[in-house]
Design a protein. Structure first.
Length: 365
């Protein structure tokens, strides 16, 4: 198994738990983080080297990435696994899938690369290298299926969580800048200044920020202190920070969907390195970059990309989301539509079933 990010690590860990429930003592090795390790993953090096955003970061760490890949392939040759589960991380995992395919290891890919948004050429690689693609969005089944990829819609992993209905804290704003160090450096300074200005405009607000595993709380505190804003740091990922919040300032990605499931209106921001943005802009084919808006097919929540992601713009949009009014009501209604459309699937069960097709013997009753 290979899962580099915190969200993917949790998705994979639930699949392992389901595999063990169905098949008994399944041995798992590869790359993962806290939740996979808690499920008994035998780690082959640290997955932190894969926790990157943007071309510049990747180029800087290429030697370490290749060393990690080679070490993992050595273990594959030695252990001869029955199957492989690769979660997200298309830059690393699609290359790895090709190597595994040549070694005769069946590859199941969970959380499809966003080839429908950009880098459409990846579809050919997926078709050649992946035995079963487990898609988490309904439209992906049609997109990849039409391209000849063996694909199944399994549902979104967030639908498996118990989100509850916590009481609303009218003064609480969640700040969710991402789970990678690069995202913290690019986004948190701007979001911290935005939070200070927002509090000055709206009266005293409370801010809460999740510290993802692998991030440096000291560095986060330095950035917040430089912006002269008081923020509560919490463990537990984005859901812990979002719980009961009236508003969220979030980076694009899984966190925006987590805010939708948490029923928290949001302002979505994103910045990447200049080179990565210039290359990505040439290949990006969608009107929106926030997955909530993509799934809705319209602008449900405001999104600010690259040069538009400035404190003044964030504050302007945040005030509209904080106040009772049409913008907030439209956001809440649109997010609920997106969550309802994703349904109440049990993707961990279905992914475990797919992997179980490669495992010898019958399921444990």
């Amino acid at each position: 198994m290979v899962a580099g990010e915190a969200s993917g690590d949790g998705h994979a860990a639930r699949v392992v738990a389901e595999l063990r429930r169905r098949h008994g003592d399944v041995e798992v090795f590869g790359l993962g983080r806290q939740e996979l390790l808690a499920q008994g993953l035998d780690p082959i090096g640290s997955s932190e080297v894969l926790n990157l955003v943007g071309l510049t970061e990747v180029l800087r760490r290429l030697p370490a990435i290749f060393r990690l890949r080679n070490r993992l392939l050595e273990e594959v040759r030695r252990r001869k696994p029955t199957a492989a589960l690769l979660v997200d991380l298309p830059g690393f995992n699609l290359h790895l899938a090709g190597k595994l395919k040549k070694m005769g290891v069946p590859v199941t890919y969970y959380v499809a690369p966003q080839a429908w948004a950009w880098r459409k050429g990846r579809v050919k690689k997926i078709r050649r290298r992946v035995d079963k693609l487990c898609a988490i969005f309904p439209f992906e089944k049609l997109f990849f299926g039409q391209a000849g990829v063996p694909v199944e819609y399994v549902g979104h992993p967030l639908s498996e969580k118990a989100w509850g209905n916590p009481p609303l804290d009218e003064r609480l704003v969640a700040i969710v800048p991402g789970s990678r160090p690069g995202e913290i450096e690019r986004l948190l300074p701007m979001l911290a200044v935005s939070a200070r200005l927002l509090s000055e405009r709206m009266g005293r607000l409370r801010f809460r920020l999740p510290v993802a595993p692998g991030l440096d709380p000291t560095r986060i505190r330095q950035i917040l202190d430089q912006a002269e804003v008081e923020v509560e740091l919490v463990d537990g990922g984005a859901p812990a920070a979002l719980r009961g919040a009236r508003l969220a300032l979030v980076t694009s990605g899984t966190a925006s969907l987590e805010a939708a499931f948490s029923k928290v209106p949001m302002v979505v921001v994103y910045k990447m390195g200049r080179l990565s943005y210039l290359l990505g802009r040439a290949m990006f084919r969608l009107r929106h970059f926030c997955i909530v808006n993509i799934l809705a097919g319209k602008t449900v929540v405001p999104e600010l990309l690259q040069g538009r992601a400035r404190p003044a713009a964030v504050v302007e949009q945040a005030m509209r989301m904080l106040e009772e009014g049409e913008a907030r009501r439209r956001a809440l209604a649109g997010m609920q539509e997106v969550v309802s459309a994703l349904g109440e699937a049990k993707p961990s069960q279905r992914v475990a079933e797919v992997l179980g097709e490669w495992l010898p013997g019958r399921e444990v009753s």
